[in-house]
Design a protein around this ligand. Sequence first.
Ligand code: ADP
Ligand code: ASP
Ligand code: MG
Length: 475
Amino acid sequence: MLIVMKFGGTSVGSAERIAQAADLATSRAAEGHQVVVVTSAMSGVTNLLIDAATAAATGQWDAAVRQKLMVRHQAVADALVADPARRAAALAEVDRRLERFEKLCYGLSMVHELTPRLLDAISGTGEMLTAPLVAAAIAARGRASSAVDATELIVTTDQFGGAEPLMDATRARTSARLGPLLARGEIPVVTGFIGATGDGVLTTLGRGGSDYSGSILGAALDAGEVWIWTDVDGVLTANPGDVPDARTLPEISYSEASELAYYGAKVLHYKTIIPAFRQRIPVRILNSFNPSHPGTRVSVEGDPSVPGVKAVTAIRGVSLIAISGTGMQGIPGIVAKAFDVVADEGANVLMISQASSENNICFVISTKEAPRVVKALQAALEVDLARGHIEEIDSQPVAVVAAVGDRMRGTPGIAATVFGALGSAGINVTAISQGSSERNISMVVAEEDATKAVRALHQAFRLHLAPTAGVSSEH
Ligand code: ADP
Ligand code: ASP
Ligand code: MG
């Protein structure tokens, strides 16, 4: 079977972690599988690159950053690659990438303009530093391996900072480039997170996008499975950082995985599931710190024996935009105008809710986009504001908390349990929304209440217990 294995930042965060990743890849290859590795940047590196670019754009280029990155990556080569020629070759590659990074930052410190295109060119460097080291570590274990830049494989749109793959072109390039390596029994190590436009301009797939790279490459190669190696035992019933007794979900469906990722479960980039789902490629989420744990398997069926809510998530860093006014009632087109504006601004709407009185419509977008969107709404709805149809366009930072499960549909009493639990915890719900699929119910709460709300729901649905008893709520 062909397995695409993606290793996240903490799974390649040190020499020790990269050694473990190399062991995990080579042991599968030794069992007769074909393996493609997709690697993230070492943990913290992407943030460091973005901070360096931002500082350079204000004229503050810190030349020590290059040195710092070199020292961290050199330590990996020193620890893992004993052969001097192989070590020198890997380090030369790292140095070449750092040279390019430094030139870009230096240029930025002159022109003071950080465009999305330039930010991608800089923030995508981290993966290009890790790939040669992971490949060298695999080669040091006796299995031929080489680093491949995803710019040669994944052809994308030019939406810098969130590019989309063009699958036909990606498929053709990936099989042409990786096919011969795999046929020879090699383990190619591909950079996650990045791709390139048809003209060869580097793009990124969005923060956390290496998971997406894994799935895109899995689909392009018709892989048997895609494995996402991370730092927790799979997809849990909640973020273990919020809920210490959260439990691994052994089996979830593509739709549940997608919904959970979309509503804030950072363990999967929110687009990861799409390419795998289209080809029904099973995805596993595994813990590189605890590799014998079976983790989570994502498949078509999920686990239909589990009724009701399966997991609870939270999205932070978002804002609720509310357009309100008693005069909105019966005035056609306000909603359409508002969403045209949001679309023109390129803002992604996470949730929409409208009071049945039609006196208020509200929606949730990223806080980063909120000031821009509010300004554009005020301009576009100027006449309605002046005539008093709309009284206010308001924005406030919030969190969205979501309860997710395929079999929420047909399980009565869920909304009652949700509101009962939040009410008992003293949490005020500003807006609610339920997807028509009934796979999700999401609530807007104050930002500071997010963790409390997740814990209250997790407890109310007894998600810390194995679901064998078929208990879906305490109500
Ligand atoms: P990687 O670097 O491997 O891509 P991430 O940090 O992007 O890892 O994602 C893993 C993290 O996702 C976990 O450490 C955990 O804090 C967070 N997380 C949020 N929600 C969940 C969830 N429902 N299940 C598992 N992990 C979650
Ligand atoms: N290194 C990138 C990031 O930190 C991509 C990833 O790790 O998935 O966003
Ligand atoms: Mg991630």
